[in-house]
Design a protein around this ligand. Structure first.
Ligand SMILES: [Zn+2]
Length: 606
């Protein structure tokens, strides 16, 4: 995952600051966590005379510096709370910013957007440089409606309600009360009966909430419909494409992605399911007399092996990750090593850029957060010595490379790229670094069973997520194109989509669980239509991996660095093409990638 957005910089890295141009508009010691300090600068931007195109460009840079200062204030508050969730003061400071500062910034920023649109009419700017910024600002201004502000607040409250209920679910299992995330590890146990009862415990608990979640979703979809109508759209699909700045693709392209996944990826995934069934001693065919593969058979290692343990702590993870990068490309190794040694364990204090080890009181998950003013990335994760932590590390390192390679760009808007490309930077680093996990000083012995198993899992995962992405995306297109549908129709549509894209498993006797599976995807509730981005990016990452296999690693890394250094200043097709990739997610591209994935998988023993 990528998070937007720092802290003071340690003296050893101060020299890097001189690489980029800094505006003097925002005082160096501005406390951007307080509205009072920000307000006079916003007022200046609102009222300052801007008599020429040159001064408009300076206005944009000054505005960008202020945006970066506010964004970094938020980043530091967020990082601090996630590194120590028990720090009440930090939690309060973060909520105070989100509840009291951001809502006051929003309308003022909208006024500045409107002013920019007017100013650029008076003083046209070179399209080559400003087209991306202009079209995004135009979209914001055109979509804004006063009457949608209270609806957005209602939607935010519904999201909070959903997250509270979903986050509070627990079951009594194996002698004690456990949260649903804690139940996931039972799915990896070799004892099938334990897996089944754990799976059923979670499914039953969720089913008890199905009706409450349906209520929330019904309210959300109808409010979203209202937002779209207020903004002059017939449905929420058109509105959301514009609101998400999807200028370079349309719903038709998404439908082509669905078709490509259905015809190329689903057969591959189902053949892997059948192989898994055979390895587990089950019949993959649901109609045969043999026991079929069931939903609780998908996470266990089919050979009954325990998890891989390629490192012991954050410092070792960092050392081995740098060794991996050194073997891949010296420039990447230097960038990663400049972030620290991995032993940091105090959040972003004193300019630290890493907090890797899992410890009590840390929030779950992992992220990379660019601190926009000091232009230093931060990597947060919960490393526990497992292979999945290696994947998280190289993924977040990919985001950090992106942040560092584009940090000389003066406009903060262009130092971030759209998610569709930002995730190419991270997902492709998972695949490109793979070969080097067995480099000298890195994670595995060359040619070892562990190394082959890790690579095989990585390649499999890079395609296995695609059918789920297609399911979620197709479901949302249906939901928002068919306002007024009933719950029964919605469930029926979900089952149709699961039949189209789902695993080769038997749902016999679990029909009600299956019909409500969509409720597990929190994006449907809290960030509608946000998901296809990962599919588009994964296809880009696979293409870049193919370039490394076919044209050599150096070519792929040169493309990678060139495209990442563009940040977000170009439209998506240009970012993809700078990376040597086609901005295409239809059946032909998917077929080509899938064929190669299959070939590479065959080379690796299970
Ligand atoms: Zn990511």
């Amino acid at each position: 995952m990528v998070a937007r957005s720092c802290a003071s910089v340690p003296s050893t890295r101060m020299t890097m600051n001189t690489q980029w141009q800094q505006s003097t508009f925002v005082p160096a010691h501005l406390d951007a966590t307080k509205f009072d300090g920000i307000e006079p600068l916003l007022v200046d931007l609102m009222n300052r005379p801007v008599p020429s195109a040159r001064e408009l460009e300076q206005w944009l840079i000054d505005r960008s510096e202020l945006t970066a200062a506010c964004s970094e204030a938020r980043a530091n508050l967020y990082i601090t709370t996630t590194c120590n969730t028990e720090d009440k003061e930090a939690a309060q400071a973060y909520s105070a910013f989100v509840e009291h500062v951001e809502p006051r910034l929003k309308p003022l920023n909208f006024e500045l957007d409107k002013r920019f649109v007017q100013l650029v009419l008076q003083h046209p700017l070179p399209a080559e440089r400003y087209m991306v910024l202009e079209r995004a600002t135009h979209a914001e201004v055109e979509l804004y409606r006063d009457e949608n502000v209270p609806i957005e607040t209602q939607l935010a409250l519904l999201t909070q309600k959903f997250e509270q209920v979903a986050g509070s679910l627990s079951v009594f299992f194996d002698g004690q009360e456990r949260t649903l995330p804690q139940m996931a590890r039972y799915q990896e146990l070799p004892d099938r009966a334990v897996r089944e009862s754990a799976w059923r415990a979670v499914a039953d608990r969720r089913l008890k909430e199905a009706s409450a979640f349906n209520d929330i979703y019904d309210q959300m979809t109808s409010l979203r419909q209202q937002v779209a109508r207020n903004a002059g759209f017939t449905d929420y699909v058109g509105y959301t494409f514009k609101a998400k700045h999807r200028f370079d693709y349309t719903p038709r392209h998404c439908f082509e992605f669905h078709a490509g996944v259905e015809h190329e990826v689903v057969p591959l995934v189902r053949s892997l399911d059948r192989r898994r069934a055979a390895q587990l001693g089950l019949g993959g065919d649901m109609k045969s007399g043999m026991q079929a593969l069931r939903p609780w058979d998908l996470s266990v290692d089919p050979k009954g092996r325990g998890p891989l343990h390629p490192f012991s702590n954050g410092a070792e993870l960092m050392r081995k990750s740098v060794a991996t990068m050194r073997s891949l490309d010296q420039r990447l190794a230097e960038m990663l090593a400049s972030m620290g040694d991995g032993s940091e364990a105090r959040g972003a204090m004193q300019g630290a850029c890493l907090d890797l080890d899992s410890r009590k009181g840390k929030a779950p998950g992992g992220y990379q957060y660019m601190r926009d003013r000091s232009r230093q990335p931060f990597i947060f994760m919960n490393a526990a010595g497992l292979h999945k932590d290696v994947e998280t590390m190289v993924h977040e390192a990919g985001h950090a490379f992106h942040s560092m390679l584009s940090r000389q760009e003066p406009l903060v808007e262009y130092r971030h790229s759209p998610i569709e490309f930002a995730e190419v930077a991270s997902m492709s680093m998972e695949l490109l670094s793979m070969k080097h996990w067995a480099a000298s000083g890195a994670f595995y012995q060359p040619g070892s069973e562990d190394f082959q198993r890790a690579c095989r899992e990585q390649i499999k995962r890079s395609v296995m997520l695609l059918p789920w992405i297609a399911t979620i995306d197709a479901f949302q297109h249906w939901v928002y194109s068919n306002p007024g549908h009933t719950r029964q129709e919605r469930e029926a549509m979900w089952v149709v989509l699961d039949q189209r894209f789902g695993n080769a498993i038997s749902w016999e006797g679990l029909e009600d669980v299956r019909a409500n599976l969509w409720q597990r995807q929190l994006h449907l509730f809290s960030v509608p239509f946000y998901y296809i981005e990962y599919g588009i990016a994964q296809l880009g990452a696979l293409q870049l991996w193919l370039i490394s296999l076919e044209q050599g690693e150096k070519t792929a890394i040169d493309y990678y660095m060139k495209a990442l250094s563009l940040g977000g200043g170009k439209p998506l097709p240009e970012l993809f093409s700078a990376a040597g990739l086609r901005f295409d997610f239809g059946p032909e591209t998917i077929a080509r990638l899938c064929e190669r994935v299959q070939q590479e998988l065959e080379k690796l023993p299970e």
